[in-house]
Design a protein around this ligand. Structure first.
Ligand code: FES
Length: 141
């Protein structure tokens, strides 16, 4: 099984976790908190660029779940306890909130938590997940 790329950025309170393959390039993070999320810079995340509370608030808005965080004093793999909610994004993916298990063709099972974005446009290079391709093809639906 291919290991998922995970990049971490730490401040005194939390560790920000970025999973690039999950990112659907909604741009919410850098449009709403550009002092922390700077796509033109390397590293692109400055975990000390704003208060921890403000960073957590912004990460909670990440529609794909590519950005997440955990308290440095807690375990990394805390499962998010939420009901499963399914949301259709206009002209974009299907978002499933909550802890789910995705069963693939070969029997492989992948546990997802927080938010999982599934492709609705059929053009993702990372099916069944959305990879942001819907914006390139101007998907309507
Ligand atoms: S819906 Fe996003 S790539 Fe298809």
């Amino acid at each position: 099984m291919e290991k998922e790329a995970v990049i971490k950025y730490k401040n005194d309170d939390i560790t920000i976790v970025w999973k690039p393959k999950m990112c659907i390039h909604s741009k919410l993070c850098w449009k709403q908190l550009g002092v922390v999320f700077k796509p033109a810079k390397r590293p692109w995340v400055d975990p000390k660029g704003a208060s921890t509370e403000r960073i957590m608030e912004q990460i909670d808005k990440c529609p794909s779940g590519a950005l997440s965080y955990y308290n440095n004093k807690e375990e990394e793999n805390i499962q998010v306890k939420t009901e499963n909610i399914v949301e259709v994004m206009e002209n974009g993916p299907l978002l499933v909130y909550g802890n789910i298990t995705v069963k693939k063709d070969g029997g492989e099972e992948v546990v997802k938590n927080k938010v999982t974005a599934f492709c609705r446009c059929g053009q993702s290079g990372n099916k069944p997940y959305c990879d942001g391709s819907h914006t390139k093809i101007n998907f309507k639906g």
